[in-house]
Structures are given as structure tokens and as C-alpha cells.
Design a protein around this ligand. Structure first.
Ligand SMILES: [Zn+2]
Length: 228
């Protein structure tokens, strides 16, 4: 007896969506720190400070989105580099652990943010190119699969048509065999009739074979063997 085994579903914590959600929360947790650091070095010229803050939040959200993009695209190296740079920003948020004067901390922030922006442009250009290439390959592969599927379909139709032809031929052969059997029976009847007829036309005394019934009666009157 067959038994059906049902695999236990993976716990919720293995779910990729949940893992990504944790990554997002961790990034948002840093958003306040990063925004603070970026605001302290920002040279924006918005008319009001709240606009400056909004701008700084958007810049750091962009960095967070970059990390998410790296994670979902399996770019561990890039995500790791960003995580390290975010770590430096976090240190700067805590005034660089008060090791360096503010000017040096700000310089580190300039270098960190500048390198993040440049690295973003470089990696996302590369990623874009790879994705386009990948999509093109997928498209070609799908076209090949479609074409193969179509050929398989045609081959299947040909096999069906071939099977139908064989079935028709088989029917014809059966009919032919039946006819041959009937012919054989007719031939047997004809042979026995022929033998019977020859026997009727043959004189039992002298073995003379007459041409017809009239000949038989004529011969009986004049048969020398019967008279001798
Ligand atoms: Zn005779």
C-alpha cells in the first residue's frame, strides 16, 4: 500500500521575505544615525532646515535601498562593503568614539559618503548591464524552448498520422486475408465439382470421357467394352 508523506513546511523564519524584512529594519535603525552624520557635513542650500533634513533622509534612504538591491541580487561583496561603510558612519555618529577632532571626523564622513556615491554608480551600471544581458539570454532560451516544443508537437502529430496509416493498412490486410480465404473455399468447391463432373462423363467400362450428358448416353449405346 502506498503511503503519502507530506514534507513539513519550512518555518516562517526561513522565509526570504522575513529575512529581507529584518535587513530593512536594521537599515532603518541606522537611518537616524546616518542622516545625522550626513546633515552635519551637508552643504545643501535649501531655504529651510527641515528641507535639509528631508534631503539628508532621502540620500540615506538611497543608500539603504542600494543595500537592499545588493541583497536581493545576491551581491554579497557589495552589500558587505556598504555594511562596512555604514559601520564607519555609525562610528562617526558617536563622534568617532571621541578619538579624533571633529574636523577629522567630518573628513572621514566626506570620504565615506563620496566613495559610497561613486561606488553606487559603478556597481549599479555593472548590475544593469548584467541584468539586461541575463534577460536577453532568458529571452533567447525561452524562444529556443518554444521552438523545441513546437517541433515536438509536430513530431507527435507525424507519429499520430503514421499510426493512423498503419491502422488503415492493417484493416486492408485483414480484408485481403478474408478475400483470400473465400477464394480458397471457392477453389475447393470448383475442384470437387470438376472431379464429380468428370466422373459423371467418364464411362466406367472403357474409361472414355464424353463431352456432355448427351455424349454419355450416346456412348453407352455404342461402347465396345460393354458389348464384348
Ligand atoms: Zn465405354
Amino acid at each position: 500500500m502506498n503511503t503519502i508523506t507530506i514534507k513539513p513546511s519550512k518555518p516562517f523564519f526561513y522565509n526570504p521575505g522575513f529575512i529581507l524584512f529584518v535587513v530593512i529594519l536594521a537599515l532603518l535603525n541606522n537611518l537616524e544615525h546616518s542622516t545625522h552624520v550626513y546633515h552635519s557635513i551637508s552643504k545643501t542650500n535649501f531655504t529651510s532646515d527641515w528641507m535639509n533634513w528631508v534631503y539628508c533622509i532621502l540620500v540615506n534612504l538611497l543608500i539603504d535601498l542600494s543595500v537592499i538591491a545588493f541583497v536581493v541580487n545576491g551581491r554579497h561583496k557589495e552589500a558587505g562593503i556598504y555594511a562596512f561603510l555604514i559601520f564607519i558612519i555609525n562610528l562617526l555618529y558617536y563622534d568617532g568614539l571621541e578619538i579624533f577632532p571633529i574636523q577629522i571626523n567630518n573628513s572621514i564622513a566626506y570620504v565615506t559618503y563620496s566613495s559610497m556615491f561613486t561606488y553606487s554608480i559603478y556597481t549599479f551600471s555593472k548590475l544593469y548591464f548584467e541584468r539586461v544581458n541575463s534577460q536577453e539570454k532568458d529571452h533567447n532560451l525561452r524562444a529556443e524552448l518554444d521552438s523545441f516544443s513546437e517541433k515536438m508537437h509536430q513530431a507527435d502529430d507525424s507519429i499520430k498520422a503514421f499510426n493512423e496509416t498503419i491502422r488503415q493498412k492493417d484493416i486492408e490486410i485483414r480484408k485481403l486475408n478474408e478475400l483470400m480465404l473465400q477464394l480458397s473455399e471457392s477453389n475447393k468447391d470448383l475442384t470437387s465439382f470438376k472431379i464429380k463432373r468428370i466422373s459423371e462423363l467418364t464411362c466406367k467400362d472403357c474409361g472414355h470421357v464424353a463431352e456432355n450428358d448427351f455424349g454419355v448416353s450416346g456412348h453407352k449405346k455404342g461402347c465396345k467394352t460393354s458389348h464384348s
